[in-house]
Structure formats: structure tokens, C-alpha cells
Design a binder for this molecule. Structure first.
Ligand code: CDP
Ligand code: CDP
Length: 233
């Protein structure tokens, strides 16, 4: 069980999927689960400023998430919303949704069930989020907290938006990641922070391969990977 936490754009998703593939483990993107509830709120016109309304919605919708690092699919009421949950509109409302304590309780219970099932099945899982090492699985044998400068994170998010066919807007990307970080770090319920026993990894000057190598080395040091950390692909 490997926990990867950190703010937006630090490379958690990329690293978690790569590491899970490398280890032959499962992968759980907990952020995608909060994004599904945020998308459902947008589609149903639910007031994201009302914790009661958001909680009622979260209890009502059917959320299903895959754990295969090659094709992590997310379904909302049976429909594939894997791409839809990455829209900038979802970015704008997901943090208020994720700040609702009852929504977190519901999703954390689901996350623990999925993690237990995958650990019983394929035997290993890499989980990325904000509170994995602090709340969801505080006894994880490896916890990593990824960081990166605000400039780097905004540039990565802007490049991602451009790749998705949206116009480049670095200022808006920066405002979006910083705005979410502010809400995520200051909320009362499970705020974003590094666990005391997490290893900090600054990815500002590292490319995807270098991040993966650093994580694989940490996994190897803890006996979670037998081969050398340097990838042989
Ligand atoms: O991909 P990115 O890092 O931008 O975000 P994400 O991991 O998809 O998470 C989206 C949002 O969900 C975050 O900004 C948090 O508000 C929330 N989240 C959370 O509160 N707890 C988690 N374990 C994962 C995500
Ligand atoms: O999950 P999180 O928001 O922390 O980051 P991500 O979705 O894994 O990465 C955001 C973007 O930055 C993606 O387009 C990655 O390919 C890119 N990235 C990068 O350029 N260099 C890294 N070391 C890690 C990610």
C-alpha cells in the first residue's frame, strides 16, 4: 500500500499510475471520486455551497471507479465520465464539494473498501489524493508527499488544458490550482497536509521518468520492489 499525496499539478496521478504499472499493483485515484460528485452537482444544478444538498446528492448517485492503472475508468450512474470530470468547470467546484465532511466520510469508506479488495486480490495498490497518508490509510508502509512550485504546477495544468483542446490561459490555470490549494489546505475536514512520516519529493525540476525512478527507489528500499529502481523499458 503506497500513499501519494500533494497539491494539484505535482504529478501524483502520472506517478501513481506509472508506479502501479511497474509494481503490477492496482491504482486508485481518489480525486476522481470527488470530481464525480462535483460533476453530478453541476449537472443537477445542486448548490455546491449547501453541505446538506451536496451530501444528499453524494448519497444518491452511483459512483464506480476502476483500479487498473492502464485504463482507470470512472462511471456516474452507469455512464462513462472519465474525460468529463477533468473539465475546468469541475475544477472550479470540486474543492467546496470535497470540503463537506459527510461527503468525505462516505467516499473514504468507499476508498477503504476498494483498497482492501485490491490488496486481497492483486496484492498491492498505489493510491493518490490529499489525505491518504493522514486519514484514509495512516499505516501505509510508504507515504510520499509530492510538492512543486506554483509556476510549475500552473504550467503543467495549462499544458494539460491545451492538450485537451482548450485555449492556453496560464493566469487562469494558476488561479485555479492556487484557489483549490487554498480551500484544500484550510478546510476543517481532513485538510491537505503531509503526514509526519511522509517522504517529501519536490518534482519542480523532475520529469515524469525521474519522479517514477525516485518513487521506485523508495519502494525498493522498503522491500516493495525487487528490481533496480532505474526503469528498463
Ligand atoms: O488532479 P488534481 O491534483 O488537480 O486534483 P485531483 O486529485 O483530481 O483532486 C480534485 C480535488 O478533489 C482536490 O482539489 C481536492 O479538493 C479533492 N480531493 C480531496 O479532498 N481528497 C482526496 N483524497 C483527493 C482529492
Ligand atoms: O495528479 P496531479 O494533479 O498531481 O498531477 P498529474 O495529473 O499527474 O500531472 C499534471 C500534468 O503535469 C500532466 O500533464 C503530467 O504529464 C505533467 N507532469 C510533468 O510534466 N512532469 C512531471 N514530473 C509530472 C507531471
Amino acid at each position: 500500500m503506497i500513499a501519494l499525496d500533494g497539491p494539484s499539478g505535482t504529478g501524483k496521478t502520472t506517478a501513481a499510475r506509472g508506479l502501479a504499472s511497474r509494481l503490477g499493483a492496482g491504482y486508485l485515484d481518489t480525486g476522481a471520486m470527488y470530481r464525480v460528485i462535483a460533476l453530478a452537482a453541476l449537472r443537477s444544478g445542486t448548490d455546491v455551497g449547501s453541505p446538506d444538498a451536496v451530501t444528499e446528492l453524494a448519497r444518491r448517485v452511483q459512483l464506480s471507479i476502476g483500479t487498473d492503472p492502464a485504463t482507470p475508468r470512472v462511471l456516474l450512474d452507469g455512464a462513462d465520465v472519465t474525460a468529463d470530470i477533468r473539465a475546468p468547470e469541475v475544477d472550479r467546484v470540486v474543492s467546496p464539494v470535497a470540503a463537506v465532511a459527510a461527503v468525505r466520510e462516505l467516499l473514504v469508506a468507499g476508498q477503504r473498501q476498494i483498497i482492501a479488495a485490491v490488496l486481497n486480490g492483486v496484492g498491492g495498490i498505489v493510491v493518490d489524493g490529499r489525505d491518504i497518508g493522514t486519514v484514509v490509510v495512516p499505516d501505509a508502509p510508504l507515504k510520499v508527499f509530492l510538492t512543486a512550485s506554483a509556476d510549475t504546477r500552473a504550467a503543467r495544468r495549462d499544458a494539460q488544458n491545451t492538450a485537451a483542446g482548450l485555449a492556453s490561459d496560464p493566469a487562469a490555470a494558476r488561479e485555479s490550482v492556487e484557489g483549490r490549494d487554498r480551500i484544500d489546505t484550510t478546510r476543517a475536514a481532513s485538510p491537505l497536509k503531509a503526514a509526519d512520516d511522509a517522504v517529501l519529493l519536490d518534482t519542480s525540476d523532475l520529469d515524469r521518468e525521474q519522479v517514477l525512478t525516485a518513487l521506485a527507489e523508495m519502494a525498493r528500499e522498503r522491500g516493495l520492489l525487487d528490481e533496480p529502481a532505474e526503469a528498463t523499458r
